[in-house]
Design a protein around this ligand. Sequence first.
Ligand code: AR6
Length: 174
Amino acid sequence: MEIALVEGDITTQRVDAIVNAANSSLLGGGGVDGAIHRRGGPAILAECRALRASRYGRGLPTGQAVATTAGELPARWVIHTVGPVWSASEDRSALLRDCYANSLRVADEVGASTVAFPLVSAGIYGWPVDDAVGQALAVLRSATSTTVTEARLVLFGSDTHAIAREVFEGRPSP
Ligand code: AR6
């Protein structure tokens, strides 16, 4: 699997699936979640509501992932995952890695070969960007039993992209 780092907006990516940093309600929010629902149109929310009614009455648990179609977005699928809220006192990184591993598994299930990921938990949920990149790469680099051929980490803004590139290339952050 090729791993690519790009600076940009995930809603414009031409890939089979984009991952959404959602919350357990699956009913939308701010950040990348807000952008995906805004640009993708109401079809995504309608499918999320149906998932709540059928499979996730108590919400999608942290670390899990589930797919809907992508409405008006260029992608075919949106894979919704719920990252953990950053905690300085508790190591929740296994849950963050679960988000990437489970999103890849769902991508396999829907037959998506190219997948774009945002930096899950690194916005409103407060995860430090360098560590969020490290957790993402730990999963993506060790993924062997997936049919995904390209995992694209989409960094929002030049600062985030610069930090991600340093982690990607193994350089210490300044
Ligand atoms: N494209 C790519 N990345 C983006 C975009 C975009 N259009 N917009 C923001 N980011 P966040 P979280 C980056 O806050 O921390 C929502 O309300 C952003 O700069 O979207 O997992 C949900 O409903 C950051 O690097 O997600 C939840 O309640 C990264 O995406 C909560 O926020 C993730 O930031 C989830 O918080």
